[in-house]
Design a protein around this ligand. Structure first.
Ligand code: 5GP
Ligand code: MN
Length: 319
């Protein structure tokens, strides 16, 4: 899965894990980095190896692997320090992913489909195609539901096809307790996270109505002051999109080693291209991210310049 996994990266990986182990395979799930604590409820999440914490053990698993499933990312650089190890691995690399522009040459097999809501949906399709769908038990169902539900913004983004709803209906028939998943993911935060969100929306958000754009820029001192943990900033970028007229929302967070950015758009503005062009990143048409090595002030200046460069598209947006 990709670094700092979200619920789709973790859910698709653990969903596949719970399927493959039932078939007698010896499976190790590896995350390139740590992850948000709101994912810890997922069945067997405690068994996932954090590459940065247990590198030798994870390397041994990669060396021993016949098959390496790469889930919810499509360029090896999204695995940070694991990149080199993955590139050299003897095991067959298989891609299952829904992002744009895959690094095709590094995968032996794969399914790369930007029309899919989530990697979790693709793992579901994969399991169905094997004919062993009776192995979709509660654990598989919960993991895959978490991935599909979060990547579709709780079934509201245009990627929410009829197939997604059919999949959820099938998971429900197999015992899925969907309310539990929502509570685990959304009702499990500490007070400091809400205080932090309040502070950020009040003091760190700029709205550029001329460009139908909003930017949130967070200095590292805020993260320290509010004791912000991995995952606490997840979803923050979506808030400005609820402001009338806003078509592009951006967040830039100073994480110390780099300035991490996230972009979200509504309608016809392509943030995948935007993230690639200005922020060393990529992703989907309406949700993408990237990073910069320059100081936060410079990244903010760069963002504003990029916004102005795209003024034609951003300003002419019709609702
Ligand atoms: P988020 O903003 O939630 O971190 O990511 C939004 C989407 O863009 C996700 O699908 C994620 O995989 C992708 N993404 C985020 N950051 C990067 C990046 O630095 N490089 C690439 N290629 N994709 C990214
Ligand atoms: Mn995904």
């Amino acid at each position: 899965m990709h670094q700092k996994p979200d619920a789709d990266a973790m859910g698709s990986s653990l969903g596949l894990y719970h399927f493959l182990t039932q078939l007698g395979h010896n499976v190790t799930v590896i995350s390139p980095t740590n992850w948000a604590s709101f994912l810890n409820w997922m069945p067997d999440c405690k068994k996932v190896l954090d590459y940065e914490a247990v590198e030798p053990k994870a390397n041994a698993a990669i060396d021993a692997a016949d098959w390496i499933f790469c889930l919810d990312f499509n360029v090896l650089s999204r695995t940070k320090r694991m990149e080199e190890k993955l590139a050299q691995a003897k095991g067959v690399r298989i891609l299952i992913d829904h992002h744009r522009e895959p690094q095709v040459e590094v995968f032996a097999y794969g399914n790369s489909d930007t029309g899919k809501s989530s990697t979790a949906e693709m793992v579901y399709d994969f399991i169905k195609a094997t004919g062993f769908d009776d192995m979709i038990n509660e654990a598989v169902a919960e993991c895959l539901y978490a991935g599909a539900m979060t990547d579709t913004g709780s079934f509201r983004f245009p990627s929410t096809t009829a197939s997604v709803h059919k999949m959820i209906a099938d998971l429900k028939e197999r015992g899925l307790q969907h309310s539990r998943v929502h509570e685990e993911l959304f009702d499990n935060f500490l007070e400091n996270r809400f205080r932090f969100i309040g502070h950020v929306l009040l003091n760190r958000m700029e709205v550029f109505y001329e460009y139908n754009t909003a930017l949130i820029a967070i200095p590292q001192a805020d993260l320290i002051k509010f004791n912000v943990r991995t995952g606490d900033t997840e979803g923050l970028v979506n808030y400005p999109l609820s402001i009338q007229g806003i078509k592009l929302a951006a967040i830039i967070i100073d994480r110390g080693e780099e300035r991490k950015s996230s972009f979200r758009s509504k309608g016809g503005f392509d943030v995948n291209t935007f993230a690639r062009k200005y922020f060393n990143g990529g992703g989907h048409f309406n949700a993408a991210g990237g990073f910069s090595k320059e100081p936060l002030d410079e990244v903010i200046v760069k963002f504003k310049a990029a916004m102005k460069e795209n003024a034609d598209q951003l300003s002419s947006y019709k609702f």
